[in-house]
Design a protein around this ligand. Structure first.
Ligand code: C5P
Length: 232
């Protein structure tokens, strides 16, 4: 499970599995069941509130690269210290809302760096939520630039936003949630993209949640996502 730069020939390296489940054993079961398809596992708000740092440590101990999606947005001092504690758990990525501002993002980056020993690890700046229908392209560009100038390792945006990113975002890892297999329900996501369109548009890491985890046959759905990326 490595956070190395993704290669177009290996779909797995572009895929993060959203472990949106309510307890540690469900998280470990889901991660294990689909490990061959995913290079990252994402621990979000629900799982972290339910199972906390022990589930992150357990996933790291099992060899998973962990993406901790807590979408920090607080005063810089609080964010710096929280980001340091997250990095000390061994996570590869930690999310922070770009809306929190440059000083907050710089604090997140500094706090994370103070405790992280993983190459390529860092803060992902959440630009505009994929559930947000109202945000303007100008806001996306402004937030992408702020993520870059604040030292983020990457940014999170909708698949449809990738084409609008400014040159400053070029060096950042682009992470795309709201991914749906063709014909799959959008659920509460307003701005979805298929895996192949998100990858072709320049996405580096695709967050895969309900389109696989709520499928009748999860392994078949994961295999379909992987197959749809082959050759891109
Ligand atoms: O199930 P679904 O594919 O909608 O899951 C998307 C996952 O990505 C969820 O865990 C959600 O919290 C996360 N996410 C998102 N939009 C963002 C950032 C993260 O949907 N901008």
């Amino acid at each position: 499970m490595s956070p190395e730069t993704p290669s177009p020939r290996e779909p797995r390296r572009h895929l993060a599995l959203a472990l949106d489940v309510p307890d540690e054993s469900a998280a470990l079961d889901l991660a294990g069941e689909l490990a061959e398809y995913f290079s990252l596992v994402k621990v979000g708000f629900e799982l972290f509130v339910a199972a906390g740092p022990p589930v992150v440590r357990a996933l790291v101990a099992e060899g998973f690269a962990v993406f901790l999606d807590l979408k920090l947005h607080d005063i810089p001092n609080t964010v710096r210290n929280g980001a340091a504690r997250a990095a000390a758990l061994g996570v590869t990525y930690l999310t922070a809302h770009v809306a929190g501002g440059g000083a907050m993002l710089e604090a997140a980056v500094a706090g994370f760096a103070s405790e992280s020993a993983l190459e390529g690890a860092g803060i992902l700046g959440v630009t505009v939520l994929t559930s947000d229908k109202e945000a303007t392209p100008a806001l996306l560009v402004e937030r992408a630039e702020l993520a870059a100038t604040s030292g983020c390792a990457g940014l999170v945006c909708a698949g449809g936003d990738l084409a609008l990113l400014p040159p400053a975002a070029g060096r950042l890892v682009k992470v795309v949630p709201g991914v749906r297999l063709p014909g799959s329900s959008a659920d509460d996501q307003a701005r979805t993209a298929t895996p192949s369109s998100a990858l072709a548009a320049g996405g580096d890491i695709l967050v895969i949640g309900r389109t696989v985890t709520k499928a009748q046959d999860r392994r078949a759905a994961a295999a379909a996502v992987a197959a749809s990326l082959a050759g891109i």
